[in-house]
Design a binder for this molecule. Sequence first.
Ligand code: SAH
Length: 361
Amino acid sequence: MEPLNLLDADNSSLERFFTTLGEEKFRSSQVIQWIHKSGVVEFDRMTNLSKNLRALLAQKASIALPDIFKERQSNDGCIKWLLKLNDNNIIETVYIPEASRGTLCISSQAGCQLNCTFCATAQQGFSRQLKTSEIIGQLWLATRQLEALGGNHRGITNIVLMGMGEPLLNLSQVLPAIRLMLDNNGYNLSRKRVTLSTAGVVPGIDRLREECLTSLAISLHAPYDELRDKLVPLNKKYPIGDLLEACKRYSKSNNDSEITFEYTMLEGINDQPKHAKRLLKVLSSVPAKINLIPFNRVEGTPFRCSPMKSIDRFREILVKGGIISTTRKTRGDDINAACGQLAGYVQPRAPREISKSSWAD
Ligand code: SAH
């Protein structure tokens, strides 16, 4: 049997693992505490396990994290990590400090299968699914790096699955990672502080609702199917009507909580008053709030960000119509860490040679 990377396991699969070793189930919560709460990844330091058990774990298990390839801080305090996986794919994780919280933006795939026309990740193509260890490993590493940096870092209070990839197309690996985020013995975050963002994979929304409720964000970007088909091609498979029905079901199961709709503002494309009015209409039957995202420049795409005046006008129409709407501040753009700028270096076809210096600004 291959040694189990313990970072791939949430509490229930770790309980099964200990049972097969002939051990008590509660060893699972002890080990999760060591790894995720205390940051201990050497079996010898897990002092409430017997020496025999530690020796057994050293044989049957491992604790393997991605490598930090590069760390960069932006002028506004954001930190971006490039993490190298064992097959040389490179993924990105971003820490975004604000006055009242610290948010970690986590990737769920190396590259992305969806071809959203304005997104940098899409241009990289798709390499592979991330494993649970590579997803929760981002949180493990960021937590330790922030501790090491010390000073005025407030730590991680919120997680957004809004990095590279579509989390609902990798749920079998994403769900155990989310469970570790929520686990009292793990990161102990409340469901409200873990947000999964999706381009609208309807069966995935239903599965998340049934298996593990979190806060939900939908990358909408257009109020008409015709336009959304072009911006988010997944819309051809799951059109706006079906998507909103799934959102209603989700909200209902989640105490009628609001769903966040992300709307990237593209000049002359989706930013006119008629779009705002239509948006009010289509969202009228869903508990919704809207997050307007100024478009961040992505080379190779024809899009430009709407002028601030148009964004303000758009938001006013929404607010007058009774929907809570905010404009997302652009953060970390000097290090290409802003929304839609995460590209990493994934290997859709042949491996590419990467050197640290090739990771230019
Ligand atoms: N696949 C998921 C997770 C990625 S989230 C999803 O689509 O929700 C990344 C968010 O940033 C999405 O809302 C995405 O549409 C948005 N985005 C992508 N490219 C962008 C860009 N260039 N500028 C601003 N936002 C962008």
